[in-house]
Every structure is written in C-alpha cells, then in structure tokens.
Design a protein around this ligand. Structure first.
Ligand SMILES: Nc1ncnc2c1ncn2[C@@H]1O[C@H](COP(=O)(O)OP(=O)(O)OP(=O)(O)O)[C@@H](O)[C@H]1O
Length: 388
C-alpha cells in the first residue's frame, strides 16, 4: 500500500470509529437536518512500528467520552492501540508489533534498563518491544492474579531473581510465604532471603516480625525527623514480602490485619509487598486491600468478573496458548509478555547467591510471638511526628 493510500485508509477508519463511538457534536440545521461535527484529524504518521493519528476535539465535546468509548478504537484498530493527550488534542497510536510469544529472561540484557531504579520490579515487554519496569519505592504494593498455569509463579520468580542480582544482601531482605509449597524452595539458602515459610504458624511469626519492624522503622524516622527510610543517616535494608497464594492466609484475621497494615504503612519505611492469588473474590480482596495494591498484574482469568476484581478487564480474553501474557494496571492498562525464567535457569543463577550457613529465621524453634505482635499500628504510631 502506498504511503498516501495508507494514510487515507487510516483517516477513513478513525472517522468510522468516531461515528460508532458517538464522538461528535450534533447541530440541528435550519432545514431540520442534523449535522455532525467530528474531531478534526490534524496529522497521520506511519512508521515501520506504528501508525499515529493526531486529532482535536470540537469545542464542547467531553474528552471523557474518549476514555469511556476507547473500546471502539480497539474494535476498529485491534488491541495494540494507545491514546495520549488531554482536553482537546489527542494522538491515537496503533502499534504494529505484536507481543512476543515467549521472552527469555536474560539479566545481562535487562541490567541497563534497571539503572537509576532502587527496587526495580520488572513486569515485561509491551508490543512496541519496550520493557515496563517500575520502582517499588514509588509503587510499593502489587497483586499478581490469574488462573492456575497462567504464569504468576514464574513472574514472581523472575521479579525476585532480578532483585537478588540488583541488590546486595545488606540492601535487600526478602521474606517469602509459600503455603502451596511449590515455588519458593528455590530461594532457600539465598543470602538476601530471611525466610521461606510454608506453614501457617511460621507465616504468622514472619508477619509478626515484619509488623514489629514497621514500628521500629517508624520510631527511627521519628527519632531522626525524616520522612523516608532512605533519608536515615545509617541505611536500612529494603524489605520485600512476597506471598504466593494469599487465599490461604486471608482467612486468618490476625494475618490479614497485619498484611493490611504492612501494605498501608510500608511505603515510607521501605517495606514492600507482592501478593499472588489464583481466584480473586470480594471476600479475599476487599476494597481496602485492593486500594492498597496499586499495581495489578492480571494473568489469564476464567471470566470477566475475576478480571474486574483484579482491575484488569480483558484478562479473561488472554489465550491459554500464551502463558506469561498479562495485563498490568498502573495508571493505565497495558498488555505485556512476562520474561520467562525456568526453574532450572533460576536455580543455576541463584546458586552464586547461596550461603552454606543460611538459616531460616522463622523455623518452628524460633521464639514465640510476643503479645505486642497483635497490637494494631496506626499511621500515628509509625510516623508520629516525623514530619514535624
Ligand atoms: N513468561 C512465560 N513465558 C512462557 N511460558 C510461561 C511463562 N510463565 C509461565 N509459563 C509456562 O506456564 C507454566 C505455568 O506457569 P506458572 O507455574 O508460573 O503458573 P501459575 O499461574 O503460577 O500457576 P499456579 O497458580 O498453578 O501455580 C510454566 O510451567 C511455563 O511452562
């Protein structure tokens, strides 16, 4: 197709989309007929990777309609569309690239992308081939959800492997909960890892410990009159709590309460959470906890109601033939392919971070939880007058 012809076709298609999405003003003419005032197309740019169409809305047309009726653009142009802009001027980009079916995990290739990030959480690659990586410092809590076999544990594995390679054991302490007893055994003996809990009693001790740490860190901020852990004169390690399948602990009121407190107060204290869950429901993920898990990774779900609870509508349409494919909801919803780190490769790369003298902090022999573990912390307890 010649360039000019392709541009004409793109114009024609977006005009059809404007009409279908009711993106127009309607004027009644004196002869009784109606005239539609459609958005004005300002520019069409076609490159090897994408087609971008810039348009302006007529004055008086509510820009919120674009977001509301965005699905119409997807119906016309496919799922690889993005919309940027505000108020009046917008650009619709149709990416030609498709997501890779498999994306091998390769830390050496990934490393340059991690520069400048304290706690990089690697999500995956988008259809334009761009990595999505965010910093847990600014987005502290994440939910990974999806049906069995969709790729949740593999995603957790590669996120942890990246952090272990990026930070020293003094900079990052990892606490793992694995009541399914299926995934985290790989991380035993790794110096960064303080515990791999597979029994609810151990998990209770682990959460109680992190809960105490919340309070201790809050007091430290208070003492030094700083608002973030990174501003303390002596560096404290970041803490990452990752739990594979939280359904098994959310029935326990005490543990649930502690998780809510850790996720709500951890941000300034350098304590971050990644929670995974097969089948979301309103009981397990009430609005309070959902509100705290600001990053949501929705792998394939069984139905639309599940993906709605996760906050990634559309993940029910992800094909069974593409494990590792998911939608991530941060400010926007983006489709990504997760990097694939096999168990065998993970074992090999983690080997050099393992220590013969490693012990698990929360084996059953460890001291019992103190009474204060059940204490409810408030923002006042941990942040008291740190900002004064
Ligand atoms: N990113 C990926 N790229 C390619 N294949 C993947 C990816 N992630 C997972 N898979 C494939 O899917 C299989 C299941 O993945 P995984 O165990 O991570 O799923 P899960 O969602 O954690 O399932 P469960 O809830 O049963 O533990 C893997 O063994 C692997 O073959």
């Amino acid at each position: 197709m010649s360039g000019l012809w392709a541009k004409l076709m793109a114009r024609k298609k977006i005009i059809k989309a404007f009409r279908s999405a009711d993106l127009h003003l309607t004027y009644k003419m004196s002869d009784g007929n109606e005239r539609l005032i459609l958005p004005k197309i300002r520019n069409v740019t076609i490159t090897d990777a994408s087609t971008s169409i810039t348009f302006t809305l007529p004055n008086g047309l509510d820009p919120k309609l674009l977001k509301k009726n965005f699905y119409v653009f997807e119906q016309y142009f496919g799922q690889n569309v993005e919309l940027d802009g505000e108020v009046k001027r917008f650009t619709l980009t149709v990416n030609k690239g498709s997501l890779p079916k498999e994306l091998n995990y390769n830390y050496v290739k990934l490393e340059p992308e991690l520069e400048g990030l304290e706690m990089p959480i690697v999500c995956g690659k988008d259809c334009a081939g761009k990595w999505m990586i965010y910093d847990a410092i600014t987005e502290p809590n994440c939910l990974i959800s999806g049906e069995p076999g969709a790729g949740k544990s593999t995603q957790l594995r590669s996120i942890l492997a990246t952090l272990i390679q990026h930070k020293t054991p003094d900079q990052l302490h990892i606490y793992l909960g694995d009541l399914k007893m299926s995934e985290f055994f790989l991380f035993k003996d790794v110096e960064h890892v303080k515990s791999v809990c597979v029994y609810p009693e151990d998990m209770a001790r682990m959460l109680a410990h992190i809960h105490r740490e919340l309070k201790r860190r809050g007091e430290l901020l208070n003492k030094h009159r700083v608002t973030h852990i990174t501003k303390l004169p002596k560096a404290e390690p970041f803490i990452l709590l990752a739990i594979d399948e939280i359904v098994m602990i959310m029935d326990d009121k005490q543990m649930k309460k502690q998780i809510v407190q850790i996720t709500s107060l951890g941000r300034a204290l350098g304590i971050y959470c990644i929670l995974s869950l097969q089948r979301p429901s309103h009981d397990i993920l009430d609005t309070k906890i959902r509100g705290l898990l600001t990053v949501r990774m929705g792998f394939r779900t069984t139905d639309a109601s599940n993906s709605k609870i996760i906050g990634t509508p559309g993940s029910e349409r992800i094909s069974k033939t593409t494990p590792g494919r998911f939608l991530v909801k941060r400010d926007e919803l983006t489709e990504l392919q997760a990097p694939y780190l096999t168990e065998e490769d993970a074992e090999e790369l983690l080997d050099k971070y393992k220590s013969d003298s490693w012990t698990d902090m929360f084996t059953k022999e460890v001291a019992k939880c103190s009474q204060s573990d059940s204490e409810v912390l408030t923002e006042e307890d941990v942040f008291y007058d740190a900002t004064k």
